[in-house]
Design a protein around this ligand. Structure first.
Ligand SMILES: NC(=O)c1ccc[n+]([C@@H]2O[C@H](COP(=O)([O-])OP(=O)(O)OC[C@H]3O[C@@H](n4cnc5c(N)ncnc54)[C@H](OP(=O)(O)O)[C@@H]3O)[C@@H](O)[C@H]2O)c1
Length: 382
């Protein structure tokens, strides 16, 4: 296992962190998906026995069961061997006292006295500003002073400018971002990652395999990987890509089987900063380009077409469509498009006024494109 200094903790953190959002599950007698507890506990402990010293959970993972199972896995002396992180479900915070109440509930569920890190979960700019108005800074300071948490941070899903605003607002001990070789220009971006590094804020990476998609590449990407002399697997390329950056502290993997734990432990023998030479870095870029070639619509998500007078979320529709083809997951199109339909922001509301086409910098024939996508994404719908 590779380790790296972890900011203000004065500790070294393992480069592989255990994310407990995708533990193995089975259906119970009521047909509900529940964690296979024995197997999950074995996997977490096996990872710790082989050098992992960072475990990430959250209030909402596995419908609230992840914190409980993580707490059980950390019994029998395992708690002392790891840095433990959970997150404030900010969407449940309606008024300031909710923050203390939720933290206390989480400590109980995990059955621990303190957390090494407590993160504000899934911040975008709007959520962040709301928490700021409710006094998140005072809350975090209070929780540190009374010993319930040791370090602070936030996890993030928005764009680079929002990331910088949040980073600059508080002396964070870490930031958790979605980062992988497809997303170096999305979300916080590589630039945001490096900005955090310059501010002395270590970054924890989530979704290094794009939620598993990079482990199962489409044929042309797989062909490139099979032909590379290094002989790395798709997973190894993706982890090595994240690992090459010294700003990255630990890389979370949401492992869902013991085989994945074993495989990742093996890969993380080789993920120190600088582990990819220039040729390797160029190769990863060719992988990214091969994915991008699968994009169907040249939308850059600039947002000029928004707001649509009829509320059609045009960039979201294109993103869902592009992702389905880029990741070779066409079967997910209907389900993800359904979210836009539910929000009454789908293409059926288009009245062909043409306002969007007149302003689109890419000159996309938006009206026809979204009509066709709607047809494809709702083929099987009632
Ligand atoms: N704070 C937030 O907003 C937030 C959001 C997302 C994630 N997270 C945290 O970050 C963690 C990591 O994100 P993630 O779970 O999305 O990570 P990820 O590594 O991008 O995806 C995990 C998935 O990758 C696949 N996988 C992992 N190792 C593999 C291997 N060796 N071979 C083949 N497939 C492999 C598995 O997919 P299959 O099960 O399909 O095989 C697994 O479920 C989460 O578990 C969670 O703790 C936080």
């Amino acid at each position: 296992m590779q380790y790296i200094p972890f900011g203000k903790t004065r500790k070294e953190v393992s480069r592989l962190g255990f994310g407990t959002m995708r533990l193995p599950t089975a259906n119970n007698e009521k047909g509900e998906s529940v964690i296979k507890r024995d197997e999950a506990i074995k996997m977490i402990r096996h990872a710790i026995d082989h050098g992992v010293n960072y475990v990430d959970t959250a209030y909402g993972y596995h419908q609230g069961e992840s914190e409980v199972v993580t707490g059980l896995a950390l019994k029998d002396g395992y708690r002392e061997r790891v840095m433990l992180t959970t997150k404030l479900p900010q969407w449940l915070v309606k008024e300031a006292p909710d923050m203390d109440r939720l933290l206390d509930e989480q400590l109980k569920k995990l059955d621990v006295d303190f957390l090494d890190f407590y993160l504000l979960h899934a911040l975008d700019l709007a959520a962040f500003r709301r928490l700021k108005s409710l006094g998140y800074q005072e809350f975090l300071k209070r929780a540190q002073t009374d010993g319930r948490i040791r370090h602070t941070g936030f996890s993030f899903h928005d764009g680079k400018d929002a990331f910088i605003e949040i980073i600059d607002d508080y002396p964070w001990d870490m930031a958790q971002i979605q980062f992988n070789y497809l997303d170096d220009e999305a979300q916080a971006t590589l630039e945001g990652l490096q900005y955090a590094g310059k501010r002395g804020v270590p970054v924890v990476v989530m979704e290094p395999l794009r939620g598993g998609a990079l482990a199962n590449p489409p044929p042309e990407v797989k062909h490139l990987i099979d032909g590379n002399k290094r002989g790395y697997s798709p997973v190894e390329w993706a982890f090595r890509y994240c690992g090459q950056y010294s700003e990255v502290a630990t890389i979370l993997s949401g492992m869902s089987s013991m085989e994945q734990v074993e495989d990742n432990l093996r890969v993380f023998e080789h993920t120190s900063p600088g582990n990819l030479d220039l040729q390797d870095q160029a190769f990863v870029k060719t992988l990214k380009d091969a994915y991008l070639k699968r994009l169907k619509v040249a939308c850059t998500a600039c947002g000029y077409c928004q707001p649509c007078p009829e509320g059609v979320r045009i960039p979201d529709i294109f993103e869902i469509y592009n992702e389905a083809y880029m990741l070779d997951r066409q079967e997910s199109l209907e389900q993800r498009y359904g979210i836009v339909v539910k929000a009454e922001a789908d293409a059926s509301h288009c009245v062909a006024c043409g306002q969007c086409e007149a302003i689109c910098p890419q000159q996309l024939p938006i009206i026809g494109l979204i009509r066709d996508i709607h047809g494809e994404a709702t083929t099987h719908a009632g």
